[in-house]
Design a protein around this ligand. Structure first.
Ligand code: IMP
Length: 180
């Protein structure tokens, strides 16, 4: 599998260090809050597992499975929640954990939808952000790495539902993202 990807993008070491920093920052920011860490699946599963363990204070965990639909499925902004939260978020401090923010439409949809349940606060932590691709402004409080307009796979991120298990992030060449 790994031979397909010539260019590891962010090394495991760099990622580990950055996630440790994010964990420390989140721990400090949420010291007196009622944190519920909401992982957006499938893509965030690997990042979520590492980030959650870097936050060394009590918190709740929950997950949402989202799926895109439409012709240009990814980044079309047509997103639906396939599952619901199991925890009550009303009056609590929600931190959404995303793999990557591209157009921003998924995060925008999630913030709008979850805000109806009246959390005390709602913020976003994303491993990756592609600012050049943004279609809508979304507030990103915690960003692991800003990356250029390249298609990346591994560490939870897929290409046609594969390669999520690659233990590092790699640039996938020869992909027309618009076709995805
Ligand atoms: P957005 O709604 O355009 O911000 O898209 C976010 C979703 O698109 C992510 O959660 C990913 O599932 C997918 N996506 C965007 N860029 C990439 C990439 O480079 N690799 C893998 N998935 C991506």
């Amino acid at each position: 599998m790994e031979r397909i990807f010539g260019r590891p993008f962010v090394t495991q070491e760099a990622m580990r260090a950055r996630i440790r920093d994010l964990g420390r920052q989140i721990m400090a920011d949420y010291a007196d809050k009622d944190l519920i860490l909401v992982g957006i699946l499938k893509g965030a599963f690997a990042f979520y597992a590492d980030l959650a363990r870097a936050i060394r204070s009590p918190m709740r965990v929950d997950f949402l499975v989202v799926a895109s639909y439409g012709v240009k499925a990814k980044s079309s902004g047509r997103v639906k929640m396939v599952t619901q939260l199991t925890e009550n978020i009303t009056g609590r401090d929600v931190l959404l954990v995303e793999d990557i923010v591209d157009s921003g439409l998924t995060v925008q949809y999630l913030i709008n939808t979850l805000s109806k349940q009246k959390p005390r606060s709602i913020r976003v932590c994303t491993l990756l952000s592609k600012p050049q691709r943004r279609k809508v402004h979304v507030p990103l409080h915690y960003v692991g790495f800003e990356i250029p307009n390249q298609y990346v796979v591994g560490y939870g991120l897929d290409y046609r539902q594969k390669y999520r298990n690659l233990p590092y992030l790699a640039v996938l060449d020869k992909v027309n993202v618009e076709d995805e």
